[in-house]
Design a protein around this ligand. Sequence first.
Ligand SMILES: Cc1cc2nc3c(=O)[nH]c(=O)nc-3n(C[C@H](O)[C@H](O)[C@H](O)COP(=O)(O)OP(=O)(O)OC[C@H]3O[C@@H](n4cnc5c(N)ncnc54)[C@H](O)[C@@H]3O)c2cc1C
Length: 418
Amino acid sequence: MTEDKKKRSSVGVIGAGIQGVCISLSLVKKGFNVTLIDRDEPGKESASYGNAGHFSPYASVPINRPDILVDVPSMLLSSTGPLALKWNYALKMIPWFVKFIQNCSKKKMMHTAKYMHQILDLALPAYDELFQDIDISGLIESKGIIYFWTNKDLKSRELEINIRKELGVEQQLLKPHEIHDLEPHIRQIYHGGVLYPYAKHARNPKKILLKLFDAFIKKGGKYEKKNVRSISLNEENKPVIKTDLNFLKFDKAVIACGAFSKKITDQLDEKIPLDTERGYHVHFKGHDLLLSWPVIFLNRGFGITPMEQGLRVVGTVEFGGLDNPASKKRILNLINNAKYLFPELKEHHDEWLGFRPTLPDFLPIIGPSKNSNNLFYSFGHHHLGWTLGAISGKILAGMIAEEKTNLNLAPYNSTRFS
Ligand SMILES: Cc1cc2nc3c(=O)[nH]c(=O)nc-3n(C[C@H](O)[C@H](O)[C@H](O)COP(=O)(O)OP(=O)(O)OC[C@H]3O[C@@H](n4cnc5c(N)ncnc54)[C@H](O)[C@@H]3O)c2cc1C
């Protein structure tokens, strides 16, 4: 696409989470005329605000894997475990679960791992490019992330460790005394662990998102606070976005509404099986000296990240859709798990529920709609949407600018569900 054509091309991006903001910034940098639309202030309560803040380029081994099916029933029944189901949502979830099970073979697992690795490997350099003109000092730490577990979990750990080895992911296995040397305040319940040394973590995901948003505005991007109801294609096959207040016409449009994207794609004759894995966080303030690395206790499926707001305790995969209220029991579970590791923790603050956007094969959708080359999608980044913000933005902006790429982008196409 010529520079002149880019300047003349208008793009509407719906959703100001990390996906929409990174896409919008990448597009204005290329010279497009971009309007970012969100029903809320950027980063208000979205997944991109409340996540664990991990930049996890190592995390290519998906949850859909042969051994998970054996573990699910006991995880669902465990009161300390990571998995929960809102029973009033169970029937609605069945089609998603069926597709998930179909994606748990070794072959499908390796397909997902390979194509997650393809983009995860580029995730940090893509952020470095976006951060070139932005002052993010004090907001990101580059010390790595520690996982630990008790013996019970060792077998499934071995599978992940071996696949990561095959993919060339750098990892350092940790013995119990090494975990203790790094994090002496954690109760010594662990039997093993691993450090991913080149992972990073955000000290405040919302502040980073707002810095990226400000850069977008400074480069001439526009922002409209509006709720989008639907998108249609006009006689020229161009997108028309219907908001609560008006119609907005663009040459191209992008849907990047995280877990809410399906509400819009369902109206476009798409059958994209997007659902949500709900997750929670709480903060414990004033305990900065207890922890310096972000840690994940795998047996209980939760993590603690040291952030500006205090220790952010994050976890739970709850299947329950977008409309069910937050579950007090899940929040209590997080609090108890945190106190199990750090008995000195007392009062918690800021109970938050967020929505991971998840497709049953655990690959995101990044690419054009099946209906039009003027309509694009970027959602379904599940547990890794924060890590994958910049690279998804780079890929999608490249697609809209009709640039050539050496990447194999077919695995992320929405047509895999048609
Ligand atoms: C508990 C938890 C912990 C996580 N931890 C990590 C982590 O450590 N590392 C990592 O990489 N990922 C993590 N994730 C995943 C990551 O947060 C998400 O994948 C990512 O934030 C999704 O970004 P998004 O931009 O697609 O969606 P969102 O952040 O959900 O943003 C979507 C935006 O779309 C807007 N919107 C929706 N519908 C409409 C509409 N109709 N009209 C207008 N606007 C609309 C919303 O207001 C929102 O601003 C975590 C997620 C959770 C829930």
